[in-house]
Ligand binder design. Sequence first.
Ligand code: ATP
Ligand code: MG
Length: 557
Amino acid sequence: MITEEKKEEKSLNFIEEIIESDLKAGKYTSIITRFPPEPNGYLHIGHASSICLNFGLTNKYPGYTNLRFDDTNPVTEDTEYVESIKNDIRWMGFEWKNELYASDYFDTLYGYAIKLIQSGLAYVDDSTSEEIAALKGTPTEPGKDSPYRSRSVEENLTLFERMKLGEFPDGSRTLRAKIDMAHQNMLMRDPILYRIKHAHHHRTGNKWCIYPMYDFAHGQSDAIETVTHSICTLEFVPHRELYDWLIAQLAIYPSHQYEFARRNLNYTVTSKRKLLQLVQEGHVSGWDDPRMPTISGLRRRGYTPESIRDFCERIGVARRENMIDVGLLEFCVREDLNKKALRRMVVLDPLKVVITNFPEGISEMCHSENNPEDIAAGNREIPFTREIYIEKEDFMETPSKKYFRLAPGKMVRLKGAYIIQCDDFVKDGNGEITEVRCSFIENSKSGQDTTGINVKGTLHWVSVNYSVPVEVRLYDRLFSVEDASNQEGDFKEYLNPDSLHVITGYAEPALTEAVEGESFQFLRKGYFAKDKDSIPEKLVFNRTVTLRDTWAKATEK
Ligand code: ATP
Ligand code: MG
């Protein structure tokens, strides 16, 4: 386990090493990072890792982090996504210095493009995308110059302006940098800087019909904001050369790009485009379906910001891609909820138990601690009555040797209440056990037990009369294979058909005080969070994660 203390001693990750040496060398006195989401979907657990890294660095070192929406593609973007992204970052516990939009730089970027044309470093190409691709060459063969490459500066300026004025249809022309069609880095072979797209943009409306490509927006936005350390994922390594080239040619602020490995989680997909398909095709109920690896899905599932930050800290910053086991994420949320979640008893698969020596029509209050890990959480009252429910699996007609739960002639403790002994049971016509008959042991009540009887099993239970039916949603992995994105055929063929089970559980009355989003440990059953679908007549709970069932293991075998 990594404790707070150990975290302090932890060695620096490679980006921290770079920053510390930059600060030491006096290259900077403070740093600026940015988190640059494209608002084309909800954030997922991979983004969480980038958020923790970027904001974490400026929490640790002097400086700040901007939130920049990388909104240069008008077709896929939406203000709904902008709002969800802001909400998710704040929920994670981070605050940005400036809220910025790449689209706010469209005028400046247009000016940069003119500057490149004037320097003879960009030209308008009338080739179709197929023609451009045909002349691109391969990693081992050089490309060929476009027939439009030698246009004069004046002609290029006029054509580029006419592109902006909307005189040409989509795809008919592009603006390309004039670098080297034989460059060993394919991305340096006259990359496209602008394309024509007659599309409405969520912020600039219909003002523009030419839009900058990623490579002509990202580094320039970094420079405009004087970002010192621009951190992205490994697939951008080959783009770094172009990033540096554009900054050098434009003589703008020299931001630097650093790359780290994309974080992938097993049994799910972390790509907004794929997650969008799941939403649009109805495989899940929405972006915040508790099975989704989105931050909003994890939140609804009952994950806490602390647990997600802890997860990101533990997986650290890597230079090489690898798959991370979702078990680690589950471990982190258990660790956190164990400290915080109030304990409640809920029977998920009820079997009626009649305590024959307990009077009918009365109830007796029992008490149990709300959280044994947190004395300040206090105690709660639980009504004990003649008829109770226990879990079906907690009774066995012919128990195995190490079964310490209820069985004929055997004793167990009811959590917070009495020791009971099983005297008899009732079966229906199909041989199903429908009722167990027990007697309680006088003077054995929890906290006041003077019997000296030592029982090995403790069961959770609820009163038949006072329990409240609640809807319980049990989740399993969304995909049945670890890496659905890298399988043959469509990734959706690997969806787990049994990822959701909805059952009715019977809860002790104290659970009705739950507020939306609140997390509980249902004793012996796991951690559960109250869902937003709850109405006063029907509370709904999502299982966040099961317990590492040490209790069951210790009593079973
Ligand atoms: P997606 O493929 O899901 O759309 P993306 O990289 O296109 O991901 P952006 O909105 O462009 O998503 O990403 C914003 C920031 O988050 C970028 O800096 C990106 O590198 C980072 N990021 C995205 N996915 C991951 C991931 N799986 N692991 C780490 N960082 C990520
Ligand atoms: Mg992207």
